[in-house]
Design a protein around this ligand. Structure first.
Ligand SMILES: [Zn+2]
Length: 76
């Protein structure tokens, strides 16, 4: 798709790192599937993936973890 930020680039499939901060917890997800603009580097993560990230983050925070770095695993 066309990039909405720079309006010139085309997005390509790739992966990115997402950092979420909730209260005193910082959760880092690596290798999150995303569409990345080949011009400005803007990342687009789809709604389902965002939801999944927030769910995972909520569980991690519940366990009282302060810093968590993990690989994002795609739910089958
Ligand atoms: Zn762009």
């Amino acid at each position: 798709m066309k990039c909405m930020i720079c309006k010139h680039g085309e997005t390509k499939k790739g992966t990115t790192t997402v950092t979420l901060e909730k209260g005193s917890s910082t959760i880092v997800f690596k290798e999150v599937p995303a569409q990345i603009c080949d011009n400005c580097g803007e990342k687009y993560i789809d709604e389902a993936t965002t939801k999944e990230l927030l769910n995972k983050a909520r569980e991690i925070v519940k366990n009282g973890v302060e810093v968590d770095i993990r690989k994002y695993e795609i739910a089958a």
